[in-house]
Write a protein that binds this ligand. Sequence first.
Ligand SMILES: CC(C)(COP(=O)(O)OP(=O)(O)OC[C@H]1O[C@@H](n2cnc3c(N)ncnc32)[C@H](O)[C@@H]1OP(=O)(O)O)[C@@H](O)C(=O)NCCC(=O)NCCS
Length: 182
Amino acid sequence: MVQRSAAMSNVALKDNRQVTIRALVESDRAALTEFGLSLPKDDLLYLEEDFTNPEIITRLVNASFAENWRQMVAIADDGSIAAYASARRVPGWSNHVAELRLLVKPGWRRCGLGMQMAQAIVEAARDLGAQKVTVAMLAALKAGQAIFSRLGFAVEGQLTRHAIDRNGDLHDVVIMSAFLKV
Ligand SMILES: CC(C)(COP(=O)(O)OP(=O)(O)OC[C@H]1O[C@@H](n2cnc3c(N)ncnc32)[C@H](O)[C@@H]1OP(=O)(O)O)[C@@H](O)C(=O)NCCC(=O)NCCS
C-alpha cells in the first residue's frame, strides 16, 4: 500500500511561532511517542486513546495507511509534534459520518493552533468523503467547544456520566456536529 503524501501547509501562530501542518506518516512514530508522553496527567485522564501506550502509538502510525482514517500533525521547527488531529469514518449505517479528535501539546495552546488544526481536520474529513462530522468531548472542557462552535458545529446532545476517567470518576460528554457540503 502506498503511504499518502498529503499537502503541507506552513502556519504562523498568534505568538509568531511557525508550524507545518501535514498528514501523520510512519516515520513520525518517535515524535508521536514523545508527544504522548509530554501530555499532562489531566489530559491523559480524559483522552479516549492512551497516548502513552506504545501499542496505541503503533496503531495510530499504522493507520496512516488506512482508507477510512486521516491523521494530521503540526510539526514544530525542531521536528517535534505540537498538535494531533484525526478524522475517522464510522463503520456501518453511519458510514457518511467522520469522528474527529483534536489535541494540542501544552506550551502550544492559546496561540491559535487548535483552531488551525480543527480547520485542517474538517477539510481532511471532507477529503475522506464524510458528509457529517462529529466530535465528542467532556462537557467541562470548554476550549474544544469554543473552537468547534466557531467552525459552525452545533451541540447535538449531552450524554450524562458517559465517560469514566482513569481515577474512576464519571463525566458528562458533549457531542457536537456539523454537516459538510458535498
Ligand atoms: C481544546 C484544545 C485543542 C485547544 O487548543 P488551543 O491551541 O489552545 O486552541 P486555540 O488557541 O486555537 O483557541 C481557540 C479558541 O478556543 C477558546 N479557548 C482556548 N483555550 C481555552 C480555555 N482554556 N478556556 C476557554 N476557552 C478557550 C478561545 O475562544 C480561543 O480563542 P481566542 O484565543 O481567540 O480567545 C486544547 O486545549 C487541548 O488539546 N485540550 C485537550 C483535548 C481536548 O479537549 N480536545 C478537544 C476535543 S477532541
